[in-house]
Design a protein around this ligand. Structure first.
Ligand code: SF4
Length: 332
């Protein structure tokens, strides 16, 4: 009987030892599992880059990583997350993104947007100062001599058709809306030559009403990013609109269009200098060599002036340069 305590103590010790070993093994297994999970997440979604790292990548200083997005198997939730993350990254790359047409009021923006078809915003910005100095209101432009307007608009290309469009829409503004640009989509699209794209540019930027601008850059980029497979602009607008809150729509449009103009070009996307390469299923469609890709960058990313002769202060503060007036740069 006396030996009983002596035999109980070692038994207790053995049990405690066993429990400790079990606990350590469990801890090890948990750590192993956590490491595996972390590695899997890192493989799917690379760690978020800082603004500095992102900015450094845009210049080709940091080689773009290989894409890690499996578009085909991506769930809707994952797509929403990736799309919003791309938008956030682009907001860091282009914090000064803005409409690239110079305007001082809704009428000027409406006319400039119509003139921007088949030409660059730069060329429109170089042309409109003369137009608006001579015809500052819808009344003035609707009563203008078409030949004089044609002469002013010649640098924009398709100047006869564009003269008809801007004088026609000015007439529409005078006759239907008392010479004021309406702030509603259903009214704007009643004006001759004004479609949803033009209407959303005006609503988003002159009236502060959210709108998605599905231009050629927007269409190309959202397909590259597999945000949608739609090809019809109205369907693209609906599909992309469903991925973002309405309040993001206007800025989202700027970010996408700015990226399309500066880095993700139609024919030679600069993948090797692209800050969102890790999130892009189309990485590799363009130049992947960082040094070669850097040479493809346009506007301020390539060290050149922007498109606006009068850009917002935020753009100038960030080191952006105003575009030169017409004829100041050969071939501009
Ligand atoms: S295609 Fe290339 S340049 Fe365009 S977003 Fe993807 S990685 Fe960037």
């Amino acid at each position: 009987m006396e030996q009983a305590p002596a035999t109980r103590v070692p038994a207790k010790k053995t049990a405690a030892k066993k429990a400790a070993t079990k606990k350590a093994a469990a801890k090890k297994a948990a750590a192993k599992k956590a490491a595996a999970k972390k590695a899997a997440v890192a493989k799917r979604v690379p760690a978020k880059k800082s603004a500095t790292a992102t900015a450094a990548a845009v210049g080709g200083q940091a080689a773009a990583e290989a894409p890690r997005v499996a578009g085909k198997t991506e769930s809707h939730t994952a797509l929403v997350r990736r799309a919003r993350r791309i938008n956030r990254e682009l907001a860091e790359v282009y914090p000064y993104a803005h409409p690239e047409l110079d305007f001082e009021n809704p009428f000027q923006l409406l006319v400039a947007t119509v003139l921007s078809a088949q030409t660059t915003d730069l060329r429109v910005n170089q042309t409109t100062p003369t137009l608006f100095a001579r015809y500052p209101t819808p009344e003035d432009l609707s009563a203008a001599n078409p030949e004089e307007v044609e002469e002013i608009l010649r640098p924009c290309g398709f100047f006869r058709a564009k003269t008809k469009s801007v004088t026609g829409l000015s007439k529409g503004l005078v006759e239907q809306f008392g010479g004021e640009v309406p702030g509603r989509l259903e009214d704007l699209v009643k004006l001759p030559g004004v479609g949803r794209k033009t209407a959303f540019v005006v609503l988003g930027n002159a009236f502060g009403r959210p709108g998605i601008t599905v231009d050629t850059h927007f269409q190309r980029l959202v397909r590259r990013w597999r945000w949608t497979a739609e090809t019809d602009p109205d369907k693209i607008e609906a599909a992309v609109g469903a991925l973002f809150p309405r309040t993001d729509w206007t800025d989202l449009s700027h970010h996408v269009i700015w990226h399309g103009r500066r880095i993700c070009h139609a024919r030679k996307p600069a993948c090797g200098a692209c800050p969102i390469a890790p999130l892009c299923p189309a990485y590799g469609e363009g130049e992947t060599d960082p040094e070669k890709a850097k040479k493809l960058l346009k506007y301020e990313k390539g060290g050149f002036p922007g498109q606006r002769l009068k850009p917002p202060q935020s753009y100038l503060d960030a080191g952006g340069r105003p575009a030169p007036p017409l004829g100041a740069v050969p071939g501009a």
